[in-house]
Ligand binder design. Structure first.
Ligand code: 2P0
Length: 328
């Protein structure tokens, strides 16, 4: 009735930006991401403890929508294990990386929650079921159930049963791949991803073009990764990030996540590429660029980030699957 799971965050090379169904968290387009080690979140779920559900995130009692999102996942598991009454749940989740790392811990947290909750409920290990479950907490979490490079297929069915992530390449396929996270600003972002993408869907004239383009890029990305073509993948990674941000820059009200430090580093990477250094950026819904490179250039990438004012840098390698740590 109790289980602990560990999951890594992921960073999209082809981004998810916009839902076709807000309640079920169904995306307009497919996306593709790299699972990032060594960063991780550990989540423990115990059913049948206490008198009411208890949710603790990073040492705090979760409230409001944060708590609701966790309970939605737990309720789904309780419904699936319907032949037995599981009772109230106690969930404790803790990330080993600070919020200042600039990477959302929610993807890793919900992936670990899905794997732990299914195990605690006595349900069999099933990456597809865990990915579907994690998606209900946060869309990008469905891509953190497995390691390496995972693709969240948008799916076609209105009930969302075919909208989950599959592993296209495991973490051993391209072990030299690196993602260097550069923290250039720690300011709290003004608009959360969930609201930013909704605004883009509803008001950006570029939105239909974004959807069509991103879907096609996923297919190309698979090919570049299969061939380990860093130049092609890097170029695609940058244009996909630019196109996601362009979609939101054209929304009403316009949304700009870029800060001066973001642009300084982006331009610096471009200059370096002219000298033959393989470094490309990607950028989520915030100001902190992540640098795609290889093992031979990760130290140079970190130095570039620091020269452009990054106060903290985290060098990541391809991470593995979310996994159970203990069976109780
Ligand atoms: C991604 N992002 O593909 C994109 C790129 C941010 C920019 O997924 O509303 O926390 O919980 O499904 O997954 C961040 O949004 O949003 C995100 P919800 P989520 O990684």
């Amino acid at each position: 009735m109790k289980a602990t799971a560990l999951a890594h965050p992921n960073l999209a090379l082809v981004k998810y930006w916009g839902k076709r169904d807000d309640a079920l968290i169904l995306p307009h387009q497919s996306s593709l991401s790299l699972t990032l080690s060594p960063l991780s979140v550990r989540t423990t779920v115990a059913f049948g403890e206490g008198n009411a559900d208890a949710v603790e995130l990073n040492g705090y009692v979760a409230k409001g929508s944060e708590r609701d999102r966790v309970l939605r996942v737990l309720d789904t598991v309780r419904a699936e294990a319907k032949e037995r009454s599981l009772g109230p749940a106690r969930m404790v989740s803790r990330g080993d990386f600070p919020a200042s790392a600039g990477l959302a811990s929610s993807a890793a947290g919900f992936a670990a929650l899905a794997v732990a909750a299914r195990a605690a409920a006595g349900l069999p290990a099933d990456p597809r079921a865990s990915s579907l479950l994690a998606r209900l907490g946060s869309g990008s979490a469905c891509r953190s159930v497995q390691g390496g490079l995972c693709e969240w297929m948008r799916g076609e069915r209105p009930d969302g049963s075919d909208s989950y992530a599959v592993q296209r390449f495991d973490e051993k396929h391209w072990p030299e791949l690196r993602m260097v996270v550069a923290i250039v600003s720690r300011d709290e972002k003004e608009v959360k991803s969930r609201d930013g993408m909704k605004n883009a869907v509803e008001t950006s004239p570029y939105y239909p073009a974004w959807v069509k383009d991103a879907e096609a890029e996923v297919v190309r990305a698979r090919d570049y990764i299969a061939r380990k073509d860093l130049q092609a993948l890097g170029d695609m990674c940058e244009r996909n990030a630019w196109r996601m941000h362009a979609t939101s820059l054209a929304a009403d009200p316009p949304l700009c996540y870029l800060m001066p430090g973001t642009l300084a580093l982006i331009h610096s990477l471009r200059e370096q590429r002219k000298k033959g250094v393989p470094v490309w950026f990607t950028l989520d819904a915030g100001p902190n660029p992540c640098i795609l490179t290889d093992a031979a250039h990760e130290v140079a990438a970190e130095a570039l980030a620091r020269a452009c004012g990054a106060t903290e840098v985290v060098r990541c390698v391809p991470g593995g699957d979310a996994r159970l740590l203990t069976e109780h």
